[in-house]
Design a protein around this ligand. Structure first.
Ligand SMILES: [Ca+2]
Ligand SMILES: [Ca+2]
Ligand SMILES: [Ca+2]
Ligand SMILES: [Ca+2]
Length: 271
């Protein structure tokens, strides 16, 4: 009989462990906006977000309102790159440095701590006339250029929209860039400069309510780097890519164990 009491205790312990693993949400200090999408077909980085929706069809998207109208952000990754695009309502594509320049900047919370945009963190940008930027936060909290540029991008204009398309490796090997693996979550904010350099410049940020100057990362969005669906190595929490997470298998095992144990207790009391 003692052995059955021991089994009861064991089941209780495992149940407690499983329950805690379900309710312990990974550190996620951000706004709740999550971009999480895999594409097997890379987009063409040509400054044109395909109007048929094919090119960015797999992307996570969000549409919000900026001073000149609606803006849509697209995010997705494949095996090698993180792809970001934005279709921005704007009455002109401003292309001249120090006179008026339209730029999209993405700042990353590489450590995903939701704390401060500080030394060593990664920032990329794409400006009109296809000026790409790959930088990092330097010791004086100013933005410095990386030695190794790991960004490609193009800007185009269709109708009343500026189209920005940019890519950045998931793991470039450069200490001044994001270094993600499948399943990683990275914080980010998107900064839109309109007519930068002129006295008519405006700066808009997504998520809304986040400032371009404030280093506080607690309300930035999350970008999850998604594993390829056919990835044989399996992403975190799954058994060899079989699709059944360890936690779910554990719940089934423990449920069956409890049923057997309770059944045994009932039979014991009746006898
Ligand atoms: Ca394109
Ligand atoms: Ca503009
Ligand atoms: Ca770099
Ligand atoms: Ca960088």
């Amino acid at each position: 009989m003692k052995s059955m009491n021991f089994i009861g205790l064991f089941l209780l312990l495992i149940t407690a462990l499983l329950t805690s693993s379900i309710w312990t949400v990974p550190v996620n200090a951000h706004s709740g906006d999550v971009f999480e999408a895999y594409t097997s077909t890379p987009p063409t980085i040509d400054g044109v977000i395909d109007e048929d929706g094919r090119e960015w069809a797999a992307a996570s998207k969000v549409t919000f309102t900026m001073p000149e109208g609606d803006t849509t952000i697209y995010v997705m990754n494949d095996r090698r790159f993180l792809y970001i695009a934005a279709k921005v309502s704007d009455n002109s594509l401003d292309e001249v440095v120090n006179v008026g320049l339209d730029i999209l900047t993405i700042d990353f919370d590489v450590r995903h701590d939701g704390e401060q945009f500080n030394v060593g963190e990664d920032t990329i940008s794409i400006g009109a006339r296809n000026r790409v930027g790959d930088g990092f936060v330097g010791p004086g909290l100013d933005i410095l250029d990386d030695q190794q540029v790991d960004v490609d991008g193009m800007v185009g204009r269709i109708g009343n929209y500026n189209h920005f398309e940019i890519l950045h490796p998931i793991d470039s090997g450069d200490a001044n860039d994001i270094a993600a693996v499948y399943g990683s979550t990275i914080g980010a904010r998107f900064i839109f400069f309109d007519e930068s350099g002129s006295d008519k410049r405006t700066i808009s940020v997504y998520p809304e309510g986040v400032s371009a100057q404030d280093a506080d990362q607690s309300n930035w969005v999350d970008i999850v780097i998604v594993a390829p669906p056919d990835d044989g190595s399996g992403s975190s929490g799954s058994l060899g890519g079989s699709g059944l997470p360890v936690t779910e298998i554990g719940i089934v095992v423990v449920a069956v164990g409890w049923a057997a144990y309770i059944g045994w207790m009932i039979r014991k009391r009746r006898s």
